[in-house]
Every structure is written in C-alpha cells, then in structure tokens.
Write a protein that binds this ligand. Sequence first.
Ligand SMILES: [Zn+2]
Length: 263
Amino acid sequence: MPELPEVETIKNYLKRFVVGRRILNFENLNKKQIKVSENDVVGKKILDIERMGKILIIKLSGNKNLTAHLKMSGQFLYFPRNLEKGDLKYARAIFKLNKGYLVFNDVRKFGWLRVGNEEIQKLGIEPFSKKFNIKNLEKIFKQTKRPIKLVLMDQRKIAGIGNIYANEALFLAKINPQKPANKLTKIEIKRLKNSIIKILKRALKYEGTSSRFYLKPDQTKGRYQEKFLVYQKTSKDCSRCGKKIKKIILGGRSTFYCSFCQK
Ligand SMILES: [Zn+2]
C-alpha cells in the first residue's frame, strides 16, 4: 500500500502535471469506489494538490476538494497524449483535462475518491509537522501496551506510516517491533522519532517503493525497494550485526527485524 513517501511523490508529480489545468470531462467507471459525479468536477480548475497522511487532496476551483486514498493498488497516472485501450485496463475514473488525461487506476478496487475532507479529520499527527515531537509521541505511546509497530501504523495516532516504513524505522531505531508502546524509554522515543524522519526522507529521495503496484504518475517506478534495511529480508544478514533477519506476523502483517540488535 502506498505510504507517506509514495503519496508525497505522487503529489509532487501531479503538482507539476495537472495544477492549473481545467477538467473538461469526467468518467466514473466504478461508482462503488468513486463517489464523485460529473457535476462535482466538470468545468473546475485544479488549483493545488496536497497530502495528509496517505490521503491525497485535489483542490478545485469553486471551493471543492476531492480526497483520494489509494489503499492496496490505486494509482494516479497522467497521460499528456491521447489515451489508448491498454492504458485503461484498470481505470476507475478518467479526468479529461485541457491538456492530457488524469486516470485513477486500481487493480484490487479498495481505493476511493470522494468529495470533501471528512476522512482527513480522523488522521493523527503528520510526521513532517511540528506536532511530531517527543512530548506528543510520549503521550501517544503511554496510553497503550499494544506492540509499538502497530501503534506506528495506526493512522488515527500517526498518519502516513504503513508496514514498510514501520519495519524500516524500528530497525534503524534498534527497537523490537513487539515491544509494548508504553515500555519505550524517553531515549528510545527520541531515537524512534529521528529514525522515522530519516527513513521517510530517504524513501522520498528514492521516490517511494515499487515492490508491487505503486507507480509514479509518469508510470515509472520508485527505487526504495533497492534500499530496504529489513523489509522482505527474511534470513538475510543484518547489516548491523551480521545475524539473520527474522520474519514474524504481527497484527496480521509481515514483520521483519533483527532479534539481536532490536531490543
Ligand atoms: Zn542485527
């Protein structure tokens, strides 16, 4: 699932490709996923693209916002040319712009696109905001004995971190993913905070992880999958101590860690 670095990368590309364009036509190809009608968007200008957590916000003229969640396999692709049949195999919504097309693709059909900000209000702290500080993290972690990894992935607490970057940040911070959140020391919280920022920035630099469905709007892949520290590295040597990386299932999700250097 696209996480903060992937959605931020999509945002950056869409800012370049579609901001300032006008929507000439709109096709909704799956009304279950796409809660947007022609009336909501046709004739509107795309003023800006923003991101909160894993949610993409498309700001339109007339004070209308669209929000989108890509879930498992959603993609926003931009085509500067005319569309061909092969482009639209998994298309769920098509925006015809005054230059090019913006297509919402989704193989698995869990993603959504809708009008309004409702879903954004449920989100927790944004990692690249001032609120992402030791004091607030201490407050969040103290409230629960759930494993720290599951707390990091809880979008109502911290927005934007999913399975890949939770694994990576905990490795960098040398914290066991199963450790109860309320047992973290202040030093560990500080290390975790810095590790989260470091990993997210690094993933952004490589424009996200294309291990499965994720593509950038220009249809090229991100490269962070070439830089994984622990994710999907079962039985490989830990880059820090040389012991084998372990895989367990935590909260139903694959969890990768080094049991020697993550305490
Ligand atoms: Zn190790």
